[in-house]
Write a new protein. Structure first.
Length: 76
């Protein structure tokens, strides 16, 4: 199913400007029919899922404690 920019923004509950930014940065694919820009809802859902997955992986990586460096010597 294809949605226009306004319908996509309503569906995702984000501002229209966010959808336009993603289109401008070519992070999501669109098709143009006459004067309408359409987005495939299934493809967009996949994009959002991958983005969330990456976000969680990055957060887990950033929260992993650094191992103690064996080369550090106590100078006290």
């Amino acid at each position: 199913m294809y949605l226009n920019i306004q319908e996509t923004a309503d569906y995702l509950e984000v501002p229209v400007s966010e959808i336009q930014r993603l289109i401008r940065e070519r992070q999501i694919r669109t098709i143009q029919v006459d004067d309408d820009i359409l987005l495939n809802r299934d493809q967009f859902n996949f994009f959002i899922e991958q983005r969330e997955k990456y976000k969680h992986e990055l957060e887990a990586y950033m929260n992993t404690p650094l191992p103690e460096d064996p080369d550090i010597k106590d100078e006290d």
